[in-house]
Design a protein around this ligand. Sequence first.
Ligand SMILES: Cc1cc2nc3c(=O)[nH]c(=O)nc-3n(C[C@H](O)[C@H](O)[C@H](O)COP(=O)(O)O)c2cc1C
Length: 353
Amino acid sequence: MSQASRAFMDRLGLSVPIVQAPMAGFQASALAIAVGGAGALGSLAGALLTPQMLRDEAKAVRAQAGRPLNVNFFCHQPAAVDEAREQAWRAALQPYYDEFGVDPRGIAAGPARLPFDDAAAAVVEELRPEVVSFHFGLPSPGLLERVRRTAAQIWSTATTVDEALWLEAHGVDAVIAQGLEAGGHRGMFLTDDITTQLGTMALVPQVVASTRLPVIAAGGIADAGGVAAALRLGAVAAQVGTAFLLCPEVTTSALHREALASEAARHTALTNLFTGRPARGIFNRLMRELGPMSDLSPVFPSAVTALMPLRAAAEKAGHADFSPLWCGQNARGARRVPAADIVRSLATMSESR
Ligand SMILES: Cc1cc2nc3c(=O)[nH]c(=O)nc-3n(C[C@H](O)[C@H](O)[C@H](O)COP(=O)(O)O)c2cc1C
């Protein structure tokens, strides 16, 4: 293990160089507490939590002695609704509405993915997590300064070398290099061109060589060999998401668990259909028939709304045809065991080297 990796762990009080990926909509304090107890960095994902929910979950983690905490936020610019695009999207979905007997006029807005704002900054000021990490760039300078004044380390995701350099120029303390293999949303923010996106093994050493920042490798890391390889490429730690998705501490739905544990998880793709931004999930009917990348889907995060009744109807009938089944390319590390066991199996080889 490199000196940089050791220093990174010591600064946060970690005993293993592993960060549990924040996973909005899939986890809260139970996962963060479990992985924290196993010596890794536990995370909370703020994007789908109200400030009060986030406060309660962070307090639950804080109630455990000696657990450092990462609180994560999306920082997209909420776009105004584009009526023409919304109508085109609903027209594309009309055959499915007909199939499931859904009246699209009655669709209410669903839970929105919230960007980091004043209320979230107030929670950070109150709970003072050791790390605040961002996806989709950084918030406004004023909000970022409020985070900095809490003494939290500030991290953000880079999917290209350009994004890593941009983040370094804007004063982050570490960068999460997210390779193309990763499950969930791509944190890309300087480009929306998915042809720029590199695999973890290509991205990590380039970011290490181009910046002076500690680099946390993410994407496709699902076993001890993967963690060791990330450290060899110069990363100080690995951020792991998909490998936790079958754990009892995670709120993955039954249909999603079934897909993750089946042959279906061997087929993933980037898709913008479910939210409006590219994210990796298990290939399903909607992706096959409309995309998986399509100009039709409204801007992030409003694409969610029109799909909600279809998702609900299909799930009721036992199908995940319209559900976002977020999953990285490497689901082999996902097992139905407590999260602490996943941390231990990720850590074994990296500790012994
Ligand atoms: C179900 C799921 C939800 C995710 N949600 C978030 C999130 O809320 N914030 C974030 O920064 N990253 C999120 N990610 C991306 C992870 O931070 C990380 O890049 C990814 O999980 C690493 O690749 P892996 O899934 O192959 O381990 C999510 C990933 C998954 C699988």
